[in-house]
Each structure stands twice: as C-alpha cells, then as structure tokens.
Design a protein around this ligand. Structure first.
Ligand code: NIG
Ligand code: FE
Length: 404
C-alpha cells in the first residue's frame, strides 16, 4: 500500500462505536494517503506499505481531531461588564430586555472591519486549536443586517482558509431583533428569511441555518418560516432550543429534521422522543450552563434512554459562554451533566461530526475518513475530561498535514 505518511508507535482512540471503550487500539498504526485515512488498525496487522514519511509518537494517544460544533467565534466588542452585572444578581433576560446582551455585540460587530473581526476571532481560535480542535462551526447572528451578516460569514470562511482548521458556517439571522427593527419584528423576520439568507446562500457562505427559539428571541411560528425557506434552498437546520424555558424547541427541531438541537436544558420527553426518531443530535453546551449559573440540567438520561446522540461544544460567545477550551468543556460536561468521559469525548468527535452532517467524513478514525487527528500527552483518554486547563495536546493534523 502506498501512503504519504505512516503514524506509528501510538495508542488509538478510534471512537468507533462498539464493545471496546473509546474504540481503543493499544498499539496502533495509521496510513494516510491524499489527506485521508488509508489504513488504520493494530500495528501487528499493518499491510505491506511504502510511506513517504514516518511519524513515531512514542506511545502517545491519538484521537480524531476534536470538533467544536457550536460557536459564535466571530464577534466585536466585549461583554465582561455584563458578567459583572450578572454577578451582582441581574439576570441574562433582564440584561437582554434592557438593550444589552446580544444587541450590544451587534453594535460592536457592525463597527469592526473584516480584518478586526478576523484578528479577534483568530485569537480565540488559538484556545480551541491548542485543545485539539480541528473543525469548528461558526455562526453569524451578531450582524443582523445584510452587510454585517455577510461580513461575519466571510470572516468565518476566511478562518477556514487561513486558520488551520476546517470551518462550517451557520446563518443565525433569527438570533435577536436588531435595534432598528425593535418595534416591527415582522419586517425583520421577513427580511432575514427573504433577503439575507438567500443572499448569503447565493454567495456560498452558508452551510446550515440556525435560530434562537425562546420568548426573549423568536417564536416557533417565525422559526418555522425560516426553516421552510432553508429547506427550499436545500440547507439543513439547527436550533438553539429550550435553553431558558421549555419552548417546544426540541420538537420544532425534529419537525424540520434538524442536524441538532442545542442547549436543550428544558426540553420535554416528547421533544426528546421526536429527536430520536429524526436522528437529531442533542448538543450540550456546559459553558453557557456554567456562566449563567443554570440549575436545570439537560435531560441526559432521557437522551440515553431514547438513543439521542449527544454532542458537546463550547458555544464560545461573548455573552453566555466566554469559553475557548474544548478539553475544559469536556470536563464541564462530565462534572455538571454527568456525562462519562467516553460520552464527552464521543460528543466532541463522532457525535460532533454528526451534528454538522459530517459523520461520513469526520469524527472517527476509520478508513476513508479525513486524516484529522489530535495527538495527546496523556496516559488514558479519560484525562481529556479530567483536567481543567492543562496543556495536553502534543500535535494536531488536518487532512494529514501537521497544523500544531
Ligand atoms: O448560544 N442563546 C443564544 N445565543 C448565544 C448567546 C449569545 C449572546 O448572549 O451573545 C448562546 O448562548
Ligand atoms: Fe449559541
């Protein structure tokens, strides 16, 4: 077998579902050809090969490159002042209703140039990359007018070209009402659906469509219109669902075969059942849960019971989740939501890929998949969920190219 690269002397957490925890192979090897995994298995079974390069990892653990399937990485300004307000007892909803919150990031994002947005997002991206992330989803939603939404999405695409990670974009036009439409939501909703989304799609800037379903944001009816348009354009949908209240978001997401329903702290059992039926992934965002000091834990047991795949993501954003570490997020998912370390790592690999519709390309170490790998200085995979803030990464590879 001809290969560009042989990775050897390593332990593999393939994350392939089966009887072996983490799909582990204790003494493994990987052959990489044209950016994809050409062969993977126990070193003893390695076929005859010719490799351009050999990388020996001195027994280190290799996992699929981590996937952060829910971020708002691109934004202007800073909201640490709101953090201070919340510590004094003002709630997130109160801040939002009094003109702060998402809308304050909208003001700052509109003011920033594309270069400024790119530079600040790249600084945050470093935290994700240093914790093993090789694929990141980035949402719009702090522009909320045509030019600013397109600007955000262009910056996200640029990060995909220049940032050393794979990027998927989501259009999040129904995130908040922009200040100029404060008193006429119908005009804005129609504009987001009929003008901004089609324009962004026509420019190749949109991989999926997202929305924020909540009394302080948008209703099931408004989002249904958006999702119908997304389907008309051939785009999959995702949803910020049931974060602060049971808004029937999980059922709405399932009704439109959403790739994922995210947050889902308050989702009800019918919604979870509907998600299971449609294969909608539940994306857990423990950073936002922590920062808002939430007490309602997402229905993890119900998801296990009904077989809803669970992903884990940072939700990196300036308001509710100023979190730029994927491994710390795994820890929070275990400590706060009682995921097992294996479930948490699956959530940042196999199920994170599914939440982006990329399960055939990414998320496990299997023949044919992209050679996106993270190599770790750990003795057991559970360490990835155990440490808070320890530097565990040895190297990261995207399409078989070393990026860190
Ligand atoms: O995922 N829930 C809505 N969107 C973000 C928060 C955005 C913000 O406050 O800026 C979230 O938590
Ligand atoms: Fe979010």
């Amino acid at each position: 077998m001809d290969a560009d690269l042989l990775i050897a002397d390593c332990k593999l957490a393939t994350m392939v579902k089966g009887d072996v925890p983490y799909g582990a192979i204790e003494d493994g090897a990987v052959l990489i050809k044209d950016g994809r995994i050409a062969w993977v298995g126990p070193r003893a079974d390695l076929p005859e090969y010719k490799a351009e390069k050999i990388e020996t990892l001195e027994g280190r653990w290799v996992t699929p490159g981590l996937i952060d399937c829910h971020t708002h990485l691109v934004f202007g300004g800073d909201r640490s002042g709101e953090f201070e307000q919340r510590l004094e007892g003002v709630s997130y909803e109160e801040i939002a209703r009094s003109g702060g919150g998402i809308v304050s990031s909208v003001r700052a994002t509109r003011e920033d140039s594309e270069d400024e947005l790119f530079a600040s997002a790249m600084a945050r991206l470093k935290g994700l990359k240093d914790t093993g992330v090789t694929t990141v989803e980035i949402k719009s939603g702090y522009g909320l007018d045509l030019d600013s939404e397109l600007k955000m999405l262009r910056v996200a695409r640029r990060i995909g070209r220049e940032g050393g990670v794979r990027v998927r974009t989501s259009y999040l036009g129904l995130h908040a009402l922009p200040p100029e439409h404060k008193d006429d939501r119908e005009t804005y909703v129609t504009k987001a659906i009929e003008d901004i989304l089609p324009a962004a799609h026509a420019q190749g800037l949109v991989d999926a469509v997202d929305a924020y379903c909540e009394p302080i944001a948008f209703s099931v009816e408004e989002i249904s219109r958006l999702f119908a348009k997304a389907h008309e354009l051939g785009l999959p949908v995702k949803l910020h669902a049931d974060q602060l209240s049971d808004s029937d978001g999980a059922a709405l997401a399932a009704r439109y075969q959403a790739l994922s329903a995210d947050h889902i702290e308050y989702s009800n059992e019918d919604g979870i059942r509907a998600m299971a039926k449609k294969g909608t992934v539940g994306v857990l965002l423990p950073g936002a849960f922590l920062m808002l000091r939430e007490t309602q834990v997402p229905p993890v047991d119900l998801m296990r019971q009904h077989g809803v795949p669970m992903a884990v993501a940072t939700d990196c954003n300036p308001g509710t989740s100023p979190v730029a570490s994927m491994t710390s997020t795994l820890n929070l998912a275990c400590v706060q939501f009682r995921l097992t370390p294996e479930e948490a790592l699956s959530g940042a690999t196999r199920e994170g890929a599914r939440a982006l519709g990329l399960q055939d390309e990414l998320g496990t170490l299997e023949v044919g998949k992209r050679a996106d790998l993270a190599v770790w200085n750990i003795t057991r995979p559970a360490e990835l969920s155990y440490w808070l803030g320890a530097p565990l990464l040895h190297s990261a590879w995207v399409d078989g190219q070393r990026r860190i």
